[in-house]
Design a protein around this ligand. Structure first.
Ligand SMILES: Nc1ncnc2c1ncn2[C@@H]1O[C@H](COP(=O)(O)OP(=O)(O)O)[C@@H](O)[C@H]1O
Ligand SMILES: [Mg+2]
Length: 252
């Protein structure tokens, strides 16, 4: 193993081994994730690409501790999620992850500023600090003139930018976005991607998409199909044997 690979290993923010999710409904069961092995570095933008139903959202929800896996190991920011009690998972969700959704999910009767302040309230950040930080975040992403607008008074792209500022509120090391441009026109989608890419200079950003063109803007593109890793641009480019040993099992 060369030095670069050793450094990459130490810098892994997310490490998944044999991650499996089976949804059971009565007699039926769906194997949504089927033995995913994947390490994602600290910092950088990773696109997860796959057809509808391939398991992308399941993957994000499990990495974000919003759902439990059926089997496998999952370590995020040094925390083995399957060993954490519910209180630890709640803390993890508040401090470690920021989520961005396709439909923005802003609270309609709160202003942009109040929407961004809200996650800090759950983290007991003092009021003045919440206000100052939310304002700074919104100014940074170009919404300084929209602080007091309600979501319905904002365009789709602006709403998604507020949602991104909200995801950043508690300064988490991981941002995950599930088809964040699915409800936006392609030009606005491109702007959102560029913003996420900039954010990824300081943290890990995982973006789910089925738009190949947007995925190509990411530092790394991982394709999944039927709950399995299908390809990974990083292994193709670097031939990094350290992480790929297990992943190659799924390589064609
Ligand atoms: N809560 C659930 N209960 C049962 N099946 C589910 C549930 N969530 C997702 N699935 C199934 O798991 C598979 C993967 O879903 P999902 O992770 O949402 O895929 P994607 O986000 O790539 O479209 C699909 O076949 C879907 O129908
Ligand atoms: Mg999905």
């Amino acid at each position: 193993m060369n030095k670069a690979n050793a450094a990459a290993n130490q810098g892994a923010l997310i490490s998944l081994k044999g991650l499996t999710k089976i949804y059971r409904k009565g007699q039926d069961s769906v194997r949504a994730l089927d033995g995913i092995d994947l390490s994602l570095a600290e910092k950088g933008m990773v696109a997860i690409v796959g057809a509808s139903g391939s398991g992308k959202s399941s993957l994000l929800h499990i990495v974000g501790a919003m759902d439990h896996p059926t089997d496998g190991e999952i370590v995020v920011a040094g925390q083995a999620l399957r060993t954490l009690p519910e209180s630890g998972l709640t803390r993890f969700r508040r401090k470690t992850v920021g989520f961005v959704f396709q439909s923005f999910n802003l609270i309609p009767n709160l202003s942009a500023l109040e929407n961004v302040m809200l996650p800090m309230e759950f983290n007991d950040v003092p009021g003045e600090e919440r206000h100052a930080r939310a304002k700074t975040l919104l100014e940074k992403i170009g919404l300084g003139a929209r602080l007091h607008h309600k979501p319905r008074e904002l365009s789709g792209g602006e709403q998604q930018r507020v949602a991104i500022a909200r995801a950043l509120a508690n300064n988490p090391p991981l941002i995950m976005a599930d088809e964040p441009t699915g409800n936006l026109d392609s030009k606005t989608g491109q702007i959102i991607y560029e913003l996420l890419k900039e954010i990824a200079r300081e943290r890990t950003v995982v973006v789910v998409t089925h738009a190949e063109a947007l995925a190509q803007l990411a530092d790394r593109v991982v394709h999944i199909r039927d709950g399995k890793l299908e390809s990974d641009s990083q292994s193709a480019q670097t031939g990094n044997t350290h992480f790929e040993t297990r992943r190659n099992v799924n390589h064609v």
